[in-house]
Write a new protein. Sequence first.
Length: 827
Amino acid sequence: TTMIRQVDGYLQEYLTQKSRMKGSFPDLWSARPGNNASIGTDEGLFERPWSLASSRGVVEKILCQRSLEMRDQQRAWQESPEGRRIMEFRSSLPAYKEKEAILSAISSNQVLIISGETGCGKTTQLPQFILESEIESVCGVVCNIICTQPRRIAAISVSERVASERGEKLGETVGYKVRLEGMRGRDTHLLFCTTGILLRRLLDDRNLKGVTHIIVDEIHERGMNEDFLLVVLKDLLARRSELKLILMSATLDAELFSSYFNGAATIKIPGFTYPVRTHFLEDILEMSGYILTPDNQIDDYGQERIWKMNKQAPRKRKSQISSAVEDSLRAADFNDYSLQTRESLSCWNPDCIGFNLIQYILCNICEHERPGAVLVFMTGWDDINALKEKLHTHPVLSDPSRVLLLMCHSSMDSLEQRLIFEEPEDGVRKIVLATNIAETSITINDIVFVLDCGKAKESSYDALNNTPCLLPTWISKGSVQQRRGRAGRVQPGECYHLYPRCVYDSFAEHQLPEILRMPLQSLCLQIKSLKLGSISEFLSRALQSPEILAVQKAIEYLKTIGALDENENLTILGHNLTVLPMEPKLGKMLIFGVIFNCLDPILTIVAGLSVRDPFLTPLDKKDLAGAAKSQFSSDYSDHLAIVRAYEGWKDAEKDLVGHEYCWKNFLSANSMRVIDALRMEFLSLLKDIGLVDSNMTSCNAWSYDMYLIRAAICYGLYPGICSVVHKDKSCSLKTMEDGKVLLHSNSVNARETKIPYSWLIFNEKIKVNSVFLRDSTAVPDSMVLLFGGSISKGDVDGHLKMSGGYLEFFMKPAVADMYHSMRKELD
Ligand code: CDP
Ligand code: MG
């Protein structure tokens, strides 16, 4: 009992102290010191440092003068030769033709909804129209425009583009602000930022003082952040009648948005694209003289579909399919699209169908097709990297005199970004490997060929930040349409879909809005931290409200982990979790690591749980792969296996043999690199928000105290817990909600005949016929008592009740006794 009180008290105290030291909750808004940005203060979206010190009259005078200067500058640029060239390009965009209509609609409506094909000039032109007309207006510039983007990379690249279209450097009239980075100055009147940044801004400044126009871009994506923002803005519009809201989207259910804003005005920008010829997998194979037939075969998940490739009677072949492609196709599996497990990734291993096929098609295009750039849609950064590595070994595709290979993803640097838009030299084919960021947010002009892998990573769980997220899933028909459309911008194009037509037929028409399909925990925390009142009431006012049950579940969960108290108020732990851009359970684990000085392995675990499975399991080598994984585990823990594997890799990297190490141990080298990068990112984040001292170099005092690390896992992942009941030779597993559950075959614990503890803490479960637990860690009774359940409530009794609930449910005699004697002592 004393120990429980101590742990509880210590954590509470620690967090309270930390928050007191900072004065208020740390704000990600402020830039990191040492950033090149000319910002860093917390004054607001549009700071005017000089206005603070000057008297009103002087300020007005300066403002007036600046306005005139800006106007002269704008006119001079538009009349310069370079400016003219750009004006010519701009006025060729479909959006430009609607300029007058749009401006007048904005001035006569508070809310305006604009839709138009990707690339028609919404993002780059619209904010400029407003800015330019303000600069030209007789009263001088009084506007402050914010344009939100769902992704940071889009915010940065668009702001760069707009600044260059205005003949300026970034940070003059046009700026940007994304997490931990930004560029804006005293003349900035147009700011591109991520939706998360604007939401955070609302934390300190509910009325967005000084802001005149808010443009919410890409609303068709229906991200959680955007839906959330719209509810907040709807309230704000009522309070600030002069504020203008403009919603923009590529494909749009304008009706839905218009009726949400009481019949708001809508404008559709007409567009045009060239026809695009579509090839599905069977068409691609047929060109090479093969047919594809489904062959239903059952594996331990139930419904995986195996396809067989048969040779057709020799026909006229356009080209000879390579034997590598032939081999990999034979082993290919196109999993049932409803199965959103990590296994569905197996076809994206460098040695499996996806990569070989892509290489084959790319090579074919380079050798036989007309000029034109190629855009390849992949699922994420790690896939892109792996593919790039593979292509670098290919004689044609690695030849810089023939191919310019570029990447387009959310963490690319600005040089690479610029290269994407540039035209390559004659005879060189530009190939861009992209994530779905190139679907609507970034337009590359000269694309003629598109390869579509059919998958995308679902956007993250987190409501306020775009953290890299977990599971690639099949995209919707709407997204396929968008991807295909990328090929027809400048001339008729070709689109290769790397999956059979019947898989396409099973895609959903449109992606469900995130708010209806994602866990709501982070969103609930944000509602609370923005002090928006009751969670359920707030969510009932959303564009499409999530189910009541889902909301209740999320609130219940947050209470269980101690982020909300009984009255749905944020606890001190809850406050801390709102500033960590990850699932609350992972944030909790990190906090534990900080407090108990065992951060290093915890960083690895949290990063490991945020990427795709680092342990590869090729379909035909399941046993070998399983054996390789079990060498990393003598602790009955998949989480600790990640730590060991990562550390082995780190050592191997020092000797420059990281790749061989991964190969030998069935590890994904890309996942290892991503884990490495994420660890750094999480650590600097913890430093930024003041939980870790910024000059700290070592993250461990008692490194590798296995008990502690296990405790951190338990602390974070509780209530993901299942009881282990040993029978003669096997053991049966139960959770409170599901009853009997099974271990996923990749778990190290699935290979154990006897698990020495009576509980398994797990991260994730999936339901396919039965419920399977993914990564799990075995923990003893005492740990569940000490670290399971809420420790931030300071309510020892409630804490015990919660663990006790499990104990009584499973009737564990030994622990139940312990629990009851503790209860007695407390009473
Ligand atoms: O937002 P929307 O998809 O309607 O188009 P946009 O992003 O405003 O881009 C309009 C046009 O500007 C595109 O068709 C591109 O040709 C061009 N653009 C560019 O060349 N370089 C950029 N960094 C951004 C846009
Ligand atoms: Mg756009």
